[in-house]
Ligand binder design. Structure first.
Ligand code: RIB
Length: 290
């Protein structure tokens, strides 16, 4: 069975419900404070697994952080390649407003200090049927891509948090680029041309409540957003991507991949938390009437 190696951040998400995002110099009351498991990378791993995909998560947490390790166990994340780091575990401070929108500050810590040896060991058994997935909340992406290409693995980059230079550096080495709408616009500005012309074989653009677009060399596929009342949009894009890739690897049609991913994200925004909100495949299929 194809495997996904996901070099990805693991964060303790510290969510504070607020009436509005504080302006510079303003102090406001936090309504509810909640800790939960997150990290763009980890959320993707959880989504891939819930969609039925075998995943090797490559990441790092502080060596004394039993609480985060226990959370990973609860989400059935294999910790063989979660490095025990001297650096503090990653944390994300998330303001969540009444419209379910968020504003996030990430302190990367251990996520940004993953050793090259660790990445090497984790990818040792990678092979041409496997995918490497990257986001931009860890170090080591270029090293991981170099190893993966040596093993003829396919590479997917979720370009978040967005950095145009990183995308430009990796562009000719990746098979799938995932962006949200504003990241796609930033990339178009950086390249001076539409995303479909930047030269990546497959581009997935998620548009929040407006759905998503998949651009392949021969065809563009679209899905409309589902009308739901969101509680917390944190991690919805990660859920979308994880479901999309798992379905793609399972050889569903492009349109079905988009529809299942879209349904998964729509379910995710109706629950609190990031990893916590990723739905089971049975619920996703039920939501699509499948
Ligand atoms: O994409 C959502 C994620 O971004 C959160 O889980 C948080 O940890 C930040 O990495």
């Amino acid at each position: 069975m194809p495997r996904v190696y996901n070099l990805g951040s693991i964060n303790l998400d510290r969510t504070i419900n607020v009436s509005h995002f504080p302006k510079p110099g303003e102090t406001i009351d936090g309504k509810v404070f909640e800790d939960s498991l997150g990290g763009k990378g980890l959320n993707v791993s959880v989504a891939l697994q819930k969609a039925g995909q075998s995943v090797v998560h490559i990441g790092a947490v502080n060596h004394n952080d039993k609480s985060l390790s226990d959370m990973l166990d609860r989400f059935e994340i294999d910790q063989t390649f979660v490095e025990k780091s001297d650096h503090p575990s990653g944390q994300a401070y998330i303001f969540l407003d009444k419209e379910a929108e968020n504003s996030i500050v990430v302190c990367g810590g251990a996520n940004l200090a993953i050793s090259h040896d660790h990445i090497n060991q984790a990818l040792e058994n990678g092979s041409k049927d496997n995918w490497l997935v990257l986001q931009n909340e860890t170090n080591g992406q270029a090293k991981a891509v170099e190893i993966a290409l040596g093993k003829k693995m396919k590479v997917a980059l979720v370009a978040a948090p967005f950095n145009a230079e990183m995308v430009i550096e990796l562009l000719d080495k990746i098979d799938l680029l995932a962006l949200n709408e504003s990241e796609a616009k930033e990339l178009e500005t950086a390249f001076g041309k539409p995303v479909e012309k930047i030269g990546c074989p497959m581009i997935l653009v998620t548009k929040g409540a407006a759905g998503a677009v998949l651009i392949t060399p021969n065809q563009t596929f679209k899905v409309d957003g589902k009308k739901v009342v969101p509680r917390d949009t944190t991690g919805a894009g990660d859920t979308f991507f994880g479901y999309f890739l798992a379905c793609w690897i399972a050889k569903e049609t492009p349109q079905i991949c988009l529809e299942l991913a879209n349904a998964a994200a729509a379910l995710a925004v109706q629950k609190n938390g990031a990893a916590n909100s990723v739905p089971a495949m049975s619920d996703v299929r039920a939501a699509t009437g499948d």
